[in-house]
Design a protein around this ligand. Sequence first.
Ligand code: GUN
Length: 288
Amino acid sequence: MSAQVINGKEIVSEYRAQIKEQVATLQSKGVQPGLAVVIVGDDPASHVYVRNKAKACEEAGMYSEVHKLPENTPEQELIELIEKLNQSAKVHGILVQSPLPKHISEERVVEAIAPGKDVDCFHPVNVGNLMIGKEGPLPCTPAGVIEILKKIGADIAGKHAVVIGRSNIVGKPMAMLLLREHATVTVCHSRTKNMEEITRQADILVAAVGKAKMIKSHHVKPGAIVIDVGINRLDTGKLAGDVDFDDVLDTASYITPVPGCVGPMTITMLLRNTLEAAERAAGVRVTV
Ligand code: GUN
């Protein structure tokens, strides 16, 4: 039987409508959530992502500012901009688009962002809070995956979730969030032996490798939920995920399309983090 293709557009538009309402509520109390996005250099794909983030922000009723810096910007100049944004009352979230030019240390830049404004959840303080389950921002892509799983009614507790990829942005925090949802989690990576043996045990398979169409039907247990985090540009110019969608379609029970599901959900989680950062700054965030 063919898998159900998860309707990313529907999930995203529902979620964003909710956020827009919450933004309006906060604004009625005198606070407009604001996001500053900083981009260094000319990478066309990064510029597209940044434009999408700013547009989503404005559509949700948030304040947005974009800082475009030239490729040769000294690290110190970028850090001084971040320090200004840390002080800005209009800005509740700061996102520095990755990757940065080679002469700039991502680590020093991330650590310059005030943890309360770190809407990527890249700052070591927030990564630590994530590990111990303390309230704070959640990493956008992994949080988006969890929301997608909840939306389709996936029962995560007790399931075997296999994450392919161990990056700081996706693989590692993804494993942590699945663990928070009480899944049994395995992380596979480039040195994993007999990967197929492991991925075939997954009830939930999350692919975050960065290799187009790498996951085939023989990697997938019949009936598994397959979430594709990859976004790769093919020689033809088309985009493809890490999962060979056509090959896996008849094996999985649910599958996410690329593009149009995890990508826009990631931006939605960025909006959520910005809203929550504004609520915390205004002292009106109700935590559970
Ligand atoms: N580059 C690609 N994805 C991301 C992301 O989620 N955050 C930032 N800051 N840069 C990125």
